[in-house]
Ligand binder design. Structure first.
Ligand SMILES: *Cc1c(COP(=O)(O)O)cnc(C)c1O
Length: 351
């Protein structure tokens, strides 16, 4: 087993350690008690992210899961439903929280290969006002979804359709800034401008600071003042009212100031990794659009794959393989680490 300091951890972009500058910002932050709304650093972060994304208000929460829960339960009540993708985090990966805590039913729909949910399917899933049906209240999209940037014209069309049907629109933008950086690379614009353009298609947006942005803990939910007041009550019920939360908000704020544009480095490293492992017999490598590389194994590679994760771990390379083989690049991996991951994967399949 390689020592911790030489481990190349590609399991997720959540594994990053706060940088020295981020730690310094945390230590210097003025603190109060946020349950009394008197933590100046938490308040400043909420104002900063709300104004960056063009919303009236924001709420700092411990996790993206709680952020989505607060959003769904603020938009929907008992007996309502929300339209959502089969692979969306706020449907598949959050323990069914909206159903458990809110009696809100999901209406999951299949994704097209590009991650979108076809408009005709969304339209067909909106139930008529009839006692047989749950009331369709909300559309939830996710961007990026599995590392894929949703095409902006799709985001506009889907949210436009939802609005025309009277639905609320929520974006799980855990990796919104990865989407923004990728979209900015296409348009030649600035990531902040693109992030805001995407966010403004929605009534509420959740953003994670603890993914690619590199903060240790925290997400923010953005929306109208009235929506955030409802979400604030739900956060309290969910146990997410934190006291000197400015300590964490300072890290998030530092990340917004310093870690957005550098996401382009993570995207380039993901491409380097994808290039390096494609060509292995039986490896179907999806071209990464942001910081996540997915690999489907077939034929010879699949037949040999049983010992792969253990081999990687033995050589200090960590990845995940729940549905597909997955590698995620982030602030704490560099080109040398990616090259080591490539060599380790290649060595396993060589003989
Ligand atoms: C990670 C993630 C979340 C949840 O964040 P946690 O902080 O782990 O609860 C929500 N949505 C998406 C798309 C994510 O990737």
């Amino acid at each position: 087993m390689a020592s911790a300091s030489t481990t190349v951890d590609l399991r997720s972009d959540t594994v990053t350690q706060p940088t020295p500058a981020m730690r310094a910002a945390m230590m210097a932050a003025p603190l109060g008690d946020d349950v009394f709304a008197s933590d100046p650093t938490a308040n400043a972060l909420q104002e900063k992210i709300a104004s960056m994304l063009g919303f009236e208000a924001a709420l700092f929460v411990p996790t993206g899961t709680q952020s989505n829960l607060c959003a769904i339960l603020s938009h929907c009540g008992r007996g309502d439903e929300y339209i959502v993708g089969q692979m969306a985090h706020c449907y598949r990966w959050e323990g069914g929280g909206a159903a458990v805590f809110g009696s809100v039913q999901p209406q999951p729909l299949d994704h097209a290969p590009d991650g979108t949910i076809p408009l005709a399917q969304i339209e067909a899933a909106v139930k008529p006002d009839d006692a047989h049906f749950a009331r369709t209240k909300m559309l939830a999209l996710e961007n990026t979804l599995g590392g894929k940037l949703l095409p902006f014209d799709y985001v506009q069309a889907a949210t436009g359709l939802a609005k025309s049907k009277g639905l609320q629109r929520h974006l799980d933008g855990a990796r919104l800034f990865n989407a923004a950086v990728a979209q900015a690379a296409q348009t030649g614009s600035d990531a902040r401008i693109e992030g805001r353009r995407i966010a403004q298609c929605f009534d509420s947006v959740s953003v994670c600071f603890s993914k690619g942005l590199g903060a240790p803990i925290g997400s923010a939910l953005c929306g109208s003042r009235e929506f955030i007041a409802r979400a604030h009550r739900i956060r309290k019920m969910a146990g997410g009212g934190m006291r000197q939360s400015g300590l964490l908000a300072a890290a998030a704020s530092h990340a917004l100031d310093h870690h957005i544009d550098r996401l382009a480095d993570d995207h380039a490293l993901a491409q380097r990794l994808a290039d390096g492992i494609s060509g292995i017999d039986g490896f179907i490598v999806e071209k990464p659009q942001t910081n996540i590389v997915f690999v489907d194994l077939e034929g010879p590679a699949k037949a040999k794959s049983a010992g792969l994760m253990a081999h990687l771990a033995e050589h200090g390379v960590l990845a995940t393989g729940l549905y597909k083989l997955r590698f995620v690049t982030h602030l704490d991996v560099d080109a040398a680490g990616v090259d080591r991951a490539i060599e380790t994967v290649r060595a396993y399949f060589k003989n």
